[in-house]
Design a protein around this ligand. Structure first.
Ligand SMILES: [Zn+2]
Length: 333
């Protein structure tokens, strides 16, 4: 059974304030509704009641929610056959993540990468494409991740809980792309992950920003809190300040923190109204622009390239560095 939230999952303090009520929760059957409470000390927001780790695991292992292949609603137009790969390349965040990791790595070549929550290996395949010298390992608890994984990556994917795995080495880069918001026991989990990092190594995190323009405008209807059409599995939410505090609790330094994602809520209200009146909305997801191909072009330009430049969007991207623990000898043999 889900357990009442009595202490902050990050800092352990008990000063929690209710900030939101979610009535038609699409999480697990045992949680038909929940509230979000925010820690007055570190700013982390958490689901109350909190599912147990076993209950949370249902979504990934038995329901395979995150290994389902993405289906483009290809309408058979030649234009969409050209645009979809372009969108996958520049509208999605995978290339952005790989370049960010390479930019902030202390060394350049033959780095070891561990992608935790790798799903079918999309991020690892992008590493393989852009940084062919990197040695790649993926971990996911969903067996489908390996079975349906990218052909060149599937052999590098291990199925199970990273905390019970033996790698025989530590890693230069560990990536957790939209993973930490799913963790019911975040601190023991991340403490273990930090133990897998090399000194001077980096931990990449991407996680929804509950203080973003989109989150503030949509409230409990923000799909990264609760999506009635598709399970998100989220139990924790951060903003820039609370993500910095999380890094401090883990003994990591913040080397980079920025946003990327949907640009629409950053436009002034008059422009949003004019756009909605002129272009309508996607009937399934409520995104701006009714028509598929123009929406693809819009998303590529605004949600991808522009928001990346301006730091807009409702997802945060962070690079956390593990400080060196040993003092380098100034002289010696
Ligand atoms: Zn806290």
């Amino acid at each position: 059974m889900p357990v009442p939230l009595i202490a902050c999952p990050v800092c352990g303090k008990s000063a929690l304030r209710q900030t939101m009520v979610v009535t038609d929760a699409n999480y697990i059957r045992e949680i038909p509704a929940f509230v979000i409470r925010r820690c007055a000390d570190c700013g982390t927001s958490a689901m109350d009641p909190m599912p147990t780790a076993v209950e949370a695991g249902q979504i990934y292992v038995s329901e395979n929610v995150f290994s389902q292949p993405r289906v483009f609603p290809n309408v058979g137009l030649r234009l969409s056959r050209i645009l979809e790969p372009l969108w996958a390349k520049f509208g999605k965040d995978l290339r952005f993540v790989v370049k960010l990791c390479a930019r902030f790595s202390a060394r350049r070549n033959t780095l070891s990468v561990l992608d935790i929550g790798c799903s079918t290996g999309g991020l690892l395949a992008t590493f393989e494409e852009l940084e062919p010298s990197f040695r790649l390992t993926g971990v996911d608890i969903d067996p489908n991740s390996k079975l349906q994984g990218f052909p060149s990556i599937a052999d590098s994917i291990q199925i199970g809980d990273v905390r019970t795995m033996q790698f025989g080495k530590r890693f230069d880069i560990i990536t957790m792309r939209t993973v930490i918001e799913h963790l019911t026991e975040i601190m023991p989990y991340l403490d273990h992950v930090v133990g897998l990092m090399k000194d001077d190594g980096i931990l990449f995190l991407a996680t929804p920003d509950i203080a973003s323009a989109r989150a503030r405008q949509l409230g409990a209807t923000w799909k990264l809190i609760n999506d009635t059409a598709q399970k998100t599995g989220h139990v924790l939410w951060f903003d820039r300040a609370s993500l910095r505090k999380l890094a401090a609790h883990l003994g990591l330094e913040v080397a980079y923190l920025g946003n990327r994602g949907e640009a629409f809520e950053h436009f002034p209200r008059w422009l949003r109204r004019a756009m909605a009146a002129a272009f309508g909305r996607d009937p399934h997801q409520g995104r701006i622009i009714r028509w598929y191909v123009p929406r693809l072009v819009y998303s590529l330009v605004f949600d991808g390239l522009l928001s990346e430049r301006l730091g807009w969007g409702d997802v945060m991207y962070a690079i956390l560095r593990k400080p060196r623990t040993t003092v380098r000898a100034l002289s010696g043999p």
